[in-house]
Design a protein around this ligand. Structure first.
Ligand code: UD1
Length: 417
């Protein structure tokens, strides 16, 4: 069991460059199935969720070749339309494959996807959307069978702007004859990235970034090359690291616009933040101030993937902060661990009331999910004494080399496998 061992108290100072975004890369990998031509992806993040996704593509019959920065996926020989249960359970993003597999083979068989244990994470919106595109969906024995001989464009209204459902439906519609409209679509930056990729492939997609996306399906799509945008959640995590250690960190290769919600809250916490074209500097100003209310929501709202990290900042803030988790149920598992480090947090349903304490203390804690694990590392960085974060591999799902980057910034952190 990998562990991260942190001796807290160091001020983090220096510069680092933010790696490619997991949530942009994963749907784009799935889009490789929409064409028989090779696709090239640059600046891909070397994280375990990405390697799992590549294993799924290889299982389907794709050829995958990669070097440090460049990844080539060639799906010419892809032939399987069944998702292997084991891989699908490891990574929720396997669900993105449903639309592309259906569009490619007009058949798909899936098991319910896994991923982080952060609530029930149903897939009803994906399935209802596909039904609106003429797909026949049947469910039995934990498996979902989709038959798409009559796949065609259609009108979809999502009850909630689900990121995954929007992406899945965009990809299925790109190879479906006719026109599709997705209303109440997600507006995350990753949706606009997927739109650009689909358009590069020869489809006609408009509206990403707004809540209505229009897609004109094509019979055949071309290969593409894509450079992953920087990961806004990784950037946000380092921004909080600067605040909780009272340090000064410059993040290069970021898109500041994607970080506005995080920037606003950290400024409220008293941090000084300088924004440049593609960089951002965060300077801690002593103990953070309370953040009156952070409520997670679909983009451009406050990202749920930053909620846990903000809990750590609030845990050492001067006053009382309130955090409302409105996207996922059961996403406060890190709170029990923060309590072991001396935090003062009360949870009622989806609301956390956090009364800041002057200092956390080191403890043995466990990563319960990806971002919750990152939040515990942040807590360890500012705590007094030694913190051991167990189940550190969960953190590798979304961060390339968290501990070596933190070490370069001056943290006393090491891994034990
Ligand atoms: C994506 C991100 C994840 C982020 C989340 C919300 C990727 C790979 N993952 O996940 O990091 O935390 O967006 O920003 O991009 N829902 C349903 N039915 C469905 C689908 C979703 O009820 O069919 C609900 C979910 O349970 C959740 C909410 O909608 O409560 C948001 O989920 P969704 O936007 O789909 O998240 P993901 O695409 O899984």
């Amino acid at each position: 069991m990998a562990k991260l061992i942190i001796n807290g108290g160091a001020k983090l100072e220096g510069e680092l460059s933010i790696h490619g975004a997991k949530n942009a890369a994963l749907p784009v990998f799935a889009a490789a199935l929409l064409t028989e031509e090779p696709v090239i992806i640059y600046n891909w993040p070397a994280i375990s969720d990405v390697y799992n996704m590549l294993s799924i593509l290889e299982h389907i019959g794709a050829h995958v070749a990669y070097e440090k920065d460049k990844l080539v996926i060639d799906t010419r020989r892809a032939l399987r339309w069944e998702m292997p249960d084991k891989l699908a359970k490891e990574i929720r993003s396997s669900i993105f494959m449903m639309g592309p597999i259906l569009a490619r083979f007009r058949m798909a068989r899936f098991t319910y996807p896994g991923g982080c244990e952060i609530g029930s994470r149903p897939i009803d919106l994906h399935l209802r959307g596909l039904k609106n595109l003429g797909v026949n969906v049947t469910e039995a024995g934990g498996h979902i069978m989709c038959e798409g001989r009559r796949l065609k464009g259609g009108d979809v209204h999502l009850d909630y702007p689900s990121v995954g459902a929007t992406e899945n439906l965009m990809m299925a519609a790109a190879l479906a004859p006719g026109n599709t409209a997705i209303r109440n679509a997600a507006r995350e930056p990753e949706i606009a990235e997927l739109q650009d990729v689909l358009n590069q492939m020869g489809s006609d997609v408009k509206g990403a970034g707004s809540s209505t996306i229009l897609i004109e399906g094509k019979g055949k799509l071309r290969g593409f090359s894509y450079t992953c945008i920087p990961d806004r959640i990784v950037a946000g995590t380092f921004m909080v690291a600067a605040v909780v250690t009272n340090g000064k960190i410059t993040l290069k290769n970021v898109i500041p616009e994607h970080l506005f919600a995080i920037t606003a809250k950290l400024r409220e916490a008293g941090a000084q933040i300088k924004v440049y074209d593609d960089a951002i500097t965060v300077i801690g100003q002593g103990r953070p101030k309370e953040m009156h209310l952070i409520e997670t929501g679909p983009y451009p709202g406050f990202p749920t993937d930053m909620q846990a990290q903000m809990c750590t900042a609030a845990a050492i803030a001067k006053g009382t902060s309130i955090i409302v988790e409105s996207v996922f149920d059961n996403r406060f598992k890190h709170v029990g661990e923060l309590l072991r480090m001396g935090a003062n947090i009360v949870i009622k349903n989806n609301v956390a009331v956090i009364k800041g304490v002057e200092r956390l203390h080191g403890a043995e804690v466990k990563s319960m999910d990806l971002r919750g694990g990152a939040a515990l590392v942040l807590a360890g960085l500012c705590a007094q004494g030694k913190t051991v974060v167990e189940q550190a591999r969960i953190i590798d799902r979304g961060y390339e080399t968290l501990e070596s980057e933190l070490s370069l910034l001056g943290a006393d952190i090491r891994r034990e496998d």
